[in-house]
Design a protein around this ligand. Sequence first.
Ligand SMILES: C[C@H](O)CC(=O)SCCNC(=O)CCNC(=O)[C@H](O)C(C)(C)COP(=O)(O)OP(=O)(O)OC[C@H]1O[C@@H](n2cnc3c(N)ncnc32)[C@H](O)[C@@H]1OP(=O)(O)O
Length: 727
Amino acid sequence: MAKMPGGVTMEVGNDGVAVISFYKPPVNSLALPILAGLKDKFYEAMKRDDVKAVVVFGKGGKFSGGFDINVFDNVHKTGDNSVSPDSSIDLVVNTIGDAKKPVVAAVGGLALGGGLELAMACHARIAAPRAQLGLPELTLGIIPGLGGTQLLPRLVGLSKAIEMMLLSKSISSEEGKKSGLIDEIASSSELLNVSRRWALDIAERHKPWLCTLHRTDRLGSLSEARNVLKMARQQAKHIARNMPQHQACLDAIEEGVVHGAFSGILKEAKLSKELILSDTSKGLVHIFFAQRATSKVPNVTDIGLKPRPVKKVAIIGGGLMGSGIATALILSNIYVVLKEINSEYLLKGIKAIQANIRSLVSRKKLAEDKAQKSLSLLKGVLDYSEFKDVDMVIEAVIENISLKQKIFSDLEKACPPHCILASNTSTIDLNIIGERTKSQDRIVGAHFFSPAHVMPLLEIVRTEKTSAQVILDLMTVGKIIKKVPVVVGNCTGFAVNRAFFPYGQGAQFLLHLGVDPFRIDQLISNFGLPMGPFQLLDVAGYGVAVAVKEIYASAFAGRTFDTPLVDLLIKNGRNGKNNGKGYYIFEKGSKPKPDPSVLPIIEESRKLANVMPGGKPISVTDREIVEMILFPVVNESCRVLDEGIVIRASDLDVASVLGMSFPSYRGGIMFWADTVGADYIYRNLKKWSEAYGNFYKPSRFLEERAIRRIPLSAPTSTTSSASKSRL
Ligand SMILES: C[C@H](O)CC(=O)SCCNC(=O)CCNC(=O)[C@H](O)C(C)(C)COP(=O)(O)OP(=O)(O)OC[C@H]1O[C@@H](n2cnc3c(N)ncnc32)[C@H](O)[C@@H]1OP(=O)(O)O
């Protein structure tokens, strides 16, 4: 659908029903002029004698994607909170809820956030089949602010409403019908007609005239409500550490349950205003737009190219990565040919895919018939005969240069000329992989993160020769299989592994300076990562650490930290989670426990590394520990930006959140760094590099931005010409 200017219109039919339609493509967001237009039209409809009832309708197949998130972005940039949506009392209570004529919402496609709140304030809701309904405001660091905290519990009951809000979980119109959110489901073509009839039926008292905020029948008794809220508060503590909006949402709900809806609405408005200004909301709104920005790649998505269909994909290698990628593809209805070198490995790969699918079924994330359908799209092969009509190949074999070169030269012969030749390498230069072919324009990196059918990030690695068409095609496939594709340049580690290699190494460095590893892990997990670097190492397995150590050391000579510790751990029979013994003890059914018996091995490693100044452990604060691990990551991220490996800083934010589980509410690595300040980071790195060596040496990009007081995320055009020339 072409973008068209939006607006609100009203048409009054001969039946006396006024249809108030709003239009704001692409998702009918409730921009401020739309809200103002709605109010005007409602006012007019109430005044006009020829109007008996009102239907409110979002044009273009979608009711509404909610309040305009750009407004929050503006509030964050300007600090001016006067435009935030505290009109809820007026719109929800007066204009719609207490309207003198019945109002029915005709909900097509989706009603999210403010969109669903608008619909809930109406006296009935008619929805098209499979419409998506939800209040996802908490994912933006705010709470529903157009009455949602009061309206939803009054329609679906307290437990269901809390579940939907706290988990930002959408439901379909069919489920909405069962739970009381939706009054009737009507086909898209009949949606308006059925809604008109409902509105007239209410006006003529053939159907009840229900004002949502006046209802209490779904709320249960006060003591039941208190129990539900108490449990929800405990749950919120676990799912939303370091975030204020979950408890605030429960505060607003509780206020409404205990003191009535009007009081609840006032509390909601007050809390909304405060939360909009929170750092959490700033970080989450930034990530919302940053994620959408990744689909805009200059000279790829803006030059009129159309993505070509990719219907059949071949995967070479059925190991952990290959089987995960195959799972992701068949789950999205793409036909997959899996190639292995012998039937034993092939069977192993197929079994791994079946296990992935079965685990989704057993966790109720996939229906049995869908699982069967997906598995029917998989075919195992031992040669290239099936490759003659594939649209894309993804190579996922071990990191061995000559093996990959041989595979790519075979692929050039076995695949049709349009076929995309992708490699899932995480380290090897794609130019080297494709050296023995003449197909450099269709060679591209498709770097998935493990487990590939679960992790949302897909790094699309382009070389100078990869064609724009191939990048666009792979971006499209990425979206079809529900990944967030981020286009990056070709270098060791690409964006995520490159930016984050100092994370693990920084933790090792601190440990060798005498800091306790379990203290480090605790602090990093308090900061918001799902686990600390040592537990992550245990979970990922030491094999990866050993394999990449030398690659990083040679690519980033002079700023890596090599440690004998992993070798010592392996020598002492420790292999991390793989054999249940690493820094932690892993036992089935219980959380990993720090293992004190690892400390003598660490001591031995400290002696060998000999980096403690004067041979004595350093003394550091908790804050310094977090900074000594994350600032080197920021520093390397600066180099990634400076070298043009990513096209914008916010791509690194998205990549760090989706690839490394950096807390999204901190806005991603560069956004967070700017909240800390380039100057502060630079000064500390400089201080540590003088005390402890080159691992901490600030990059030129960081130094320049710190000195010139330019945010790290500012577009690279604001840097000096020396820097620009390298981009
Ligand atoms: C006061 C109220 O309680 C507060 C609120 O209502 S806050 C808003 C609550 N609503 C939401 O959180 C929904 C956010 N939007 C979404 O989840 C998804 O965009 C969607 C499910 C609606 C559509 O998804 P999809 O079709 O994949 O399209 P998607 O690429 O995400 O969005 C299309 C465009 O619409 C924009 N958009 C989506 N929702 C928007 C919104 N609520 N406000 C402003 N812009 C919005 C996106 O930024 C994107 O813009 P772009 O093309 O310039 O990049």
